[in-house]
Design a protein. Structure first.
Length: 129
């Protein structure tokens, strides 16, 4: 079992593709004319960075016993369709208690000028086999 608390992963660039935004908005019953839905952050923030954690051999995340327990977002502003953002993930903490591992994973997303767009916080619980 890995302990990677404090580890930061390389930034990932992500284009807020207008077609993907439109499809996402339709899928959740939102109006695409209203812009990027707030929950699209699951795509450009967590979805862009969590694969780095999951692919990290030192982290050794066991998918067979993984539960995505919590998710929250904090926005400075919502991105615009066509904009490219940069998301950087880090393991805020990685602790084990009572045969369970708790990984707090945070992602900061910025715009092309380096200004904050969104912060994502997730809690992954991994039960020991």
């Amino acid at each position: 079992m890995g302990a990677v608390g404090g580890r930061t992963y390389p930034a990932v660039s992500f284009e807020i593709d207008p077609e993907r935004v439109r499809a996402f908005a339709h899928a959740i019953g939102a109006d695409p004319a209203d812009g990027v839905p707030p929950t699209f952050a699951t795509v450009y923030s967590l979805g862009a960075t969590a694969p780095q954690l999951f692919a990290d051999e030192d982290a050794a995340v066991d998918f067979a016993h993984l539960l995505h327990a919590e998710q929250e977002f904090e926005w400075q502003r919502h991105p615009r369709p066509g904009e490219t953002v940069s998301s950087r993930g880090r393991v805020a903490s990685d602790v084990s208690r009572r045969r369970m591992r708790f990984i707090k994973f945070e992602t900061d997303t910025t715009d092309a000028a380096g200004e904050p767009v969104c912060r994502s916080r997730a809690l992954f619980v991994v039960r020991e086999p």
